[in-house]
Design a binder for this molecule. Structure first.
Ligand code: ATP
Ligand code: MG
Length: 333
């Protein structure tokens, strides 16, 4: 594919210039070739599961030869790796083999930041099991250890002592390469801030992840699941905050992760928009069976969980079952 065929979006991804406002037809005038800088990729690094972006660039695209999207027979932009994945039907969820076990078994988990007088004990002897398909809400005051726990479960951080088992895999002993592979294959992340690549469209932000996943759903399916099919060719700057967060959710779930980890996903959103985003998360948990953990400061959101875990000062204060879960539409705060 010739360099002249690079789209304006690709050029901006490489060069970091302003976001374009092109109609879809103009953008489809030539085959798209999405050139990504390491800086742009760093934005989605947890989703890609890459400890080393350089290594990922080398490894993930060895078959394609370059980072690019191409056109399918209908003229839609697509990626060669996503196309290959679709030619392998019947791939099941990655973690299906260990379905009888809890997804996570957390034992005497401790995390201490720093040392000596400056040491902060963020987690202290946390014990918890999380079952397949559960919807967990993590509540707790600021500084109680919620993000620390989520980051360790997601393989973004490691414990100081104790154990986290993901099925039969001991994450505490996985090492950096093992955690990278774990994140890449099994974990979808959603954060308070959306971390979308501004110079890529909705579809491109989502398709980026399908390029390295082993059994992704088509990017269009993920975009459709979050209700943004009509906006697939828009750029993040052309979307509301709630819509951008839904793109981030589509990007998190497109690889069909076993677990979806959300750190204050509605923290930057207003009431109505927050409910829309919760609705999407709830539907993914219900329809895909994705084990879901949501951190929030909003106690009202706890009513939609199977279980509510309250943290305080690095320890679990309580674990409560919800006999009757509420739908996001039934929540009010
Ligand atoms: N990299 C770090 N170095 C030192 N201390 C840290 C670090 N990360 C977190 N901490 C400390 O660990 C404790 C737990 O932090 P954590 O981010 O898990 O809290 P949180 O419950 O997510 O809070 P918030 O609701 O404000 O996001 C806090 O006291 C925090 O200051
Ligand atoms: Mg936090």
């Amino acid at each position: 594919m010739r360099r002249a065929h690079r789209t304006a979006a690709a050029a901006r991804a490489a060069g970091g210039a302003e976001v374009p406002d092109l109609p879809g037809s103009a953008r489809k005038a030539a085959p798209a070739r999405v050139a990504l800088t390491a800086a742009a990729l760093a934005v989605v690094e947890p989703h890609l599961g890459c400890a080393s972006l350089t290594g990922w660039l080398r490894g993930a695209y060895s078959e394609c030869g370059s980072i690019h999207t191409i056109r399918d027979k209908h003229g839609n932009r697509d990626s060669c790796q996503a196309q290959r994945a679709r030619r392998r039907p019947g791939l099941s969820r990655a973690h299906a083999g260990a379905a009888a076990l809890p997804v996570f078994r957390i034992r005497r988990l401790c995390k201490t930041y720093g040392a000596g007088e400056l040491a902060v004990r963020a987690l202290r002897d946390v014990d918890l099991d999380i079952a397949h398909g559960e919807f967990i809400v993590l509540l707790g005051a600021s500084g109680s250890g919620k993000s620390t726990l989520l980051n360790i479960l997601g393989g973004l951080d490691t414990a100081s002592s104790g154990q986290v088992l993901f099925g039969e895999q001991d994450l505490s002993a996985a090492g950096e390469a093992g955690l990278t592979e774990y994140r890449r294959r099994h974990v979808g992340f959603v954060f308070q801030f959306y971390n979308l690549i501004p110079s890529l469209t909705v579809w491109e932000n989502v398709a980026l992840v399908t390029d390295i996943a082993s059994a992704p759903m088509p990017a269009d399916e993920a975009v459709g699941m979050v209700g943004l099919a009509a906006r697939r060719d828009h750029f993040p700057s052309q979307l509301s905050g709630g819509e951008q967060q839904r793109v981030a959710i589509a990007r998190a779930i497109v690889k069909r992760p076993a677990v979806l980890l959300c750190d204050e996903p509605t923290g930057a959103l207003d009431y109505a928009t927050g409910k829309l985003v919760l609705d999407v998360i709830e539907r993914i948990n219900r329809e895909l069976g994705t084990t879901t953990i949501v951190i929030t400061h909003n106690a009202a959101i706890a009513a939609m969980a199977d279980r509510v875990v309250k943290l305080g000062d690095g320890t679990i204060l309580s674990v409560e079952n919800n006999a009757h879960k509420l739908s996001p539409a039934q929540l009010s705060w």
